[in-house]
Ligand binder design. Structure first.
Ligand SMILES: Cc1cc2nc3c(=O)[nH]c(=O)nc-3n(C[C@H](O)[C@H](O)[C@H](O)COP(=O)(O)O)c2cc1C
Length: 382
């Protein structure tokens, strides 16, 4: 029952209708004046597509190879923390949707479900995003657990040296663990579909990845408090080296913007990079990925996979990113809006909207596949 949603903006509105404002704003908002957030969404609109006609466009392929794997579309699901607050089981809903669509799903370091559960749902599609803990023994255990569960790609997010100042959250009093303050109670009463489901599922869900490390006997609130205290901490290049030494599989560094950081990350053993400003959530006036991606591509050449996220709402955003030199793209809010609004159907719908939108655009402009050699010729600056 996905209503009349035909694009990601519709899914956003459906999520807004279902969720308390305090939760919707946490997904939807950005840092400061939200200029960075808006820029992410508008950056792609600086470009137009130059079509080629009189071609047989009846067979189009959006398949894409990435780090030794073949995916059905050139986009995946970016890590989004606490997804299970918006809809019970949302981490696993997203993992399963990615598996069905044959695209990657990146499980957040602050997920509600555990890496073992996600790997059981999507053994070939689930990547794990690490937030290192203050206590290195925990970090090490998280990495080794992901490895033991069969995960083959570890994503290290580097763009949160500090917590972001998101003013909507400050005004709304959003915090983890989510407490039933009078404000949230009232908000919940106005959004009963979310509130009833949340309460029937026992309120604040336990962060299963972090539960083993919290003091014995901790309830869900205490586990969340422990995870928050431990999961945002100073990280340096030395940590990246430690993670690389521990991890056997592919290592992806997320949040790279500067070409020198990109080069250094590769020197430290990164197999791929995600060019990202964390969805405009960390600081305002963040430079956007479409601006920096070509610079990074020039610095690194074609051997290193470069992925991009931020502001992807349409197939045209994805194709623009690929024409600018990205090997792959990820979306955070688009799929989370879908899952929050309509559960599994919404997650499928979000992925389907992006897939169909991209397919339609490829047909319109005579782009039959995503061979990087041919793509730049389709793009012009507006
Ligand atoms: C609600 C929310 C939670 C997020 N949590 C995480 C996280 O736990 N780890 C991480 O690396 N990035 C996180 N991000 C950033 C996303 O992975 C991604 O970089 C961003 O959402 C891309 O922008 P988009 O939402 O416009 O697609 C989060 C983003 C949102 C919207």
């Amino acid at each position: 029952m996905t209503g009349k949603a035909i694009n990601i903006a519709d899914l956003r509105l459906a999520a807004k209708r279902r969720l308390p404002k305090i939760l919707f704003d946490w997904i939807d908002g950005g840092a400061g004046d939200e200029l960075g957030l808006r820029e992410n969404e508008t950056a792609f609109a600086r470009y137009r597509f130059l079509p080629r006609y009189l071609l047989d466009v009846s067979n189009r392929s959006q398949k894409k190879e990435l780090m030794g794997r073949s995916y059905d579309s050139p986009f995946g699901i970016a890590p989004t923390g606490y997804a299970g607050l918006f809809r019970p089981g949302a981490d696993l809903i997203l993992a399963d949707a990615a598996r069905r669509a044959n695209v990657p799903f990146v499980m957040s370091g602050t997920s509600i479900a555990s890496i073992e559960e996600a790997m059981a749902v999507a053994p070939d599609h689930c990547w794990y995003q690490l937030y290192g803990a203050v206590d290195y023994a925990i970090t090490k255990d998280l990495i080794l657990r992901a490895q033991k569960a069969g995960c083959r790609t570890l994503v290290v997010t580097i763009d949160i040296p500090l917590a972001g100042r998101r003013e909507r959250d400050m005004r709304n009093g959003f915090g983890i663990p989510l407490r039933f303050t009078p404000g949230l109670l009232l908000d919940g009463l106005m959004h009963p579909a979310w509130a009833v489901q949340y309460l029937l599922n026992g309120g604040m869900p336990t962060m299963a990845n972090w539960a083993p490390y919290a003091p014995a006997g901790s309830n869900a609130m205490a586990v969340a408090g422990f995870a928050i205290q431990h999961s945002y901490c100073v990280q340096t290049w030395d940590h990246l080296r430690q993670f690389r030494d521990l991890w056997d599989g592919k290592l992806v560094v997320k949040g790279v913007m500067h070409p020198d950081d990109a080069t250094k990350a590769v020197e430290f053993g990164a197999d791929g990079l995600i060019v990202s400003n964390h969805g405009g959530r960390q600081y305002d006036r963040a430079v956007t990925a479409p601006i920096m991606l070509p610079v990074l591509r020039k610095a690194l050449g074609t051997a290193v996979p470069l992925m991009l996220d931020g502001g992807i709402r349409r197939g045209s955003d994805i194709l623009t990113a690929l024409c600018l030199g990205a090997d792959f793209t990820f979306c955070g809010r688009a799929t989370l809006y879908g899952a929050a609004a309509y559960g599994a159907e919404g997650a499928d719908l979000a992925l389907g909207i992006l897939r169909d939108d991209l397919d339609q655009l490829m047909g319109q402009i005579g782009c039959l596949d995503l061979d990087p050699a041919g793509l730049p010729a389709f793009l012009v600056e507006a």
